[in-house]
Design a protein. Structure first.
Length: 141
């Protein structure tokens, strides 16, 4: 399974916001520089995350983005959903009509189980946990 770039970048951007925390908005230029994401792409991602209620956009000279909720309330599954990315690993479990063997293929069972497990991990992993892990890595250096 390959994670789409937009998911990896969006998670990194949200973790960046959570790490910096607080009430002060973080400009898109700071987020993109810190996470090595082009400002234009970072802005597109943040717009989608804002529409999903994950981040808040703030206009003006001191504008930028903040988390819309606590980092402990934002899950990785929400970010996937905000970006319109399916967690289902193969097309045949996304739509039954994709394959003529759908419903009679033993491999389909495994792909479904894997997808279900991935959903549970994403649902149970918060941005807050990721920030805590990131901070523990920095302390080890």
């Amino acid at each position: 399974m390959k994670l789409p770039t937009r998911v990896r970048y969006a998670v990194r951007a949200v973790v960046e916001l959570a790490e910096r925390g607080g009430e002060r908005p973080i400009p898109i230029s700071s987020i993109s520089k810190a996470q090595n994401i082009s400002p234009k792409y970072a802005k597109q991602l943040m717009n989608r995350l804002q529409r999903a209620g994950i981040v808040k956009g703030h206009a003006g000279i001191r504008g930028g983005y903040t988390l819309a909720r606590s980092a402990d309330e934002i899950t990785l599954l929400e970010i996937y959903n905000a970006l319109g990315v399916s967690v289902k690993l193969v097309p045949c479990i996304r739509m039954e009509s994709y394959c003529e063997r759908s419903g009679s293929c033993a491999a389909q069972l495994i792909w479904q189980r894997l997808s279900d497990e991935i959903v549970q991990i994403l649902k149970n992993t918060t941005i807050g946990e990721m920030v805590a892990y990131q901070r523990s890595l920095v302390k080890r250096r």
